[in-house]
Ligand binder design. Structure first.
Ligand SMILES: [Cu+2]
Length: 148
């Protein structure tokens, strides 16, 4: 009986561990920047909120809408602004990480098709824990980006 209880206990622990990230990380205000036709690269922005007691590390992303998705940071040097790839982003415990214009963003490289305002883009976030989170983000034209 004790053995059985131990097995049940560890199963429950595994389940709790597996749903950890998606239960504790919420994505808000996400969208993909819609650009004029002919642009092969755009970016996705979102606010990541972590309600949990542990930091959450996001190590990558994929999307059917683009060949590659990369996390980028902006850096300023000598009065010039450029982007560089970062291997991961960290959402602090009980904290927030924002992907926003002029700051960190999720770069979508080599778009499969032209993204129009009102389209939806499916994304998968990949966590260090091995979990994934599926997202559907609306396309918002760059012209309307700052209106909300
Ligand atoms: Cu970029």
């Amino acid at each position: 009986m004790i053995v059985l209880r131990r097995i049940v206990g560890s199963l429950l622990f595994c389940l709790a561990f597996n749903i950890n990230v998606s239960a504790e990380v919420k994505v808000k205000d996400g969208y993909v920047r819609g650009l004029p036709p002919g642009q092969m690269v755009t970016a996705a922005f979102m606010r990541l909120e972590n309600d949990g007691d542990h930091e959450v590390v996001i190590t990558g992303a994929t999307s059917k809408a683009a060949e590659r998705a990369e996390f980028h940071a902006h850096q300023h040097s000598g009065g010039m602004m450029s982007m560089k790839r970062v291997n991961s982003i960290v959402v602090p415990a009980k904290g927030v990480f924002e992907l926003k214009p002029g700051n960190h963003h999720l770069m979508l490289i080599n778009l499969v098709s032209f993204l129009r305002e009102g389209d939806n883009v499916e994304l998968n976030l990949e966590f260090k824990s091995g979990e994934r989170m599926a997202l559907t983000l609306p396309v918002r034209s760059v012209l309307n980006e700052h209106k909300k």
